[in-house]
Design a protein around this ligand. Sequence first.
Ligand code: KG4
Ligand code: ZN
Length: 341
Amino acid sequence: MNNKFSKDIIILGIETSCDDTSIGISKNNRILSNVVANQEIHAKYGGVVPEIASREHQKNIVPTLHMALKNADISLSQIDAISFTLGPGLMGSLLVGVSFAKSLSVALKKPLIAINHMEAHVLANCIDNSPEYPFICLTASGGHTQIVLVNNSFDMKLIGETKDDSAGETFDKCAKILGLNYPGGPEIEKKGFSGDKDAFKFTIPKMDKLDFSFSGLKSNFKQLIDKEVTKNSHFIVQNLENLCASIQFTIIQILIQKLELAIKKYNIKNIAISGGVAANHDFRIAINSLREKHNVNVLIPEKEYSTDNGAMIAIAGYYKFQKKDFCDLDVVANARYKLGS
Ligand code: KG4
Ligand code: ZN
């Protein structure tokens, strides 16, 4: 036990910010179970359809809870608190998780803990781990791309973010242009595995300080495809692997360059990544290579804790539980909940 309480602390974490219904159960800073119900129905629409996402959460949330309890070998009465994603995210999706968490709290007479989804992504690095502070975390997900200075688990400061699209969105939009399914990140990764990353060159945007921009890259990619397809209608099929490898390489380069700038600017000794894009194999290798280059410690969450998951909500809840940072039943979902607010 590594907490100040005389007993183990068990938290149930509920995540419904976008299209994955997930419930994780933690015991102190370890995870007992993490169940994710993916909503594959969105693949055929080429992106998340908010109305469908809310309905699917409603369908999935009770079976997900039962499976999480079963896998953790825990009964509801053993839970010390219920943490849930308050935002940011899709309002209809958030409402399902927030209402479910409130109902559980009333039924079980256990405290409620509201979690910021972006802070939880960062704290995924604390699962089974006690990181050295301060560290800088690059969170690259579908909704956000941020660089965060983490002074401790309660003190996070946004030091850079995207001014337009996120890195995950860029994977998704480029995949759509290529006719691949949603979510595009894993599809591009799979197809790009045997491709040549240097086959196509795309411009890396010049952005101020630690901010990102990805919309120019997406347009650059679309223009190339449109131009080549008018000359050769088989262009995409004939070049799919190389196109995937090249666009993936460029997105990773943009992320790494900014992280390197942050390391120098803050003279930081510990870095971390998080968010769905952190599940990417080549990105994980590129981040690991910074260890020697900049003499820094590198934290990378397990893949299942990189993409959206309930475990990170439970861990964030565990830290807030220690501060008795509970919320009331009248708390409302916040689709634009800002990190650090
Ligand atoms: O963090 P996340 O699961 O959900 C949000 O909070 O948005 O991130 C989802 C994003 C999607 O854009 C998806 O394409 C991307 O993460 N992603 C990946 C990979 N797995 C998920 N991108 C690149 N490579 C992957 N293996
Ligand atoms: Zn996320």
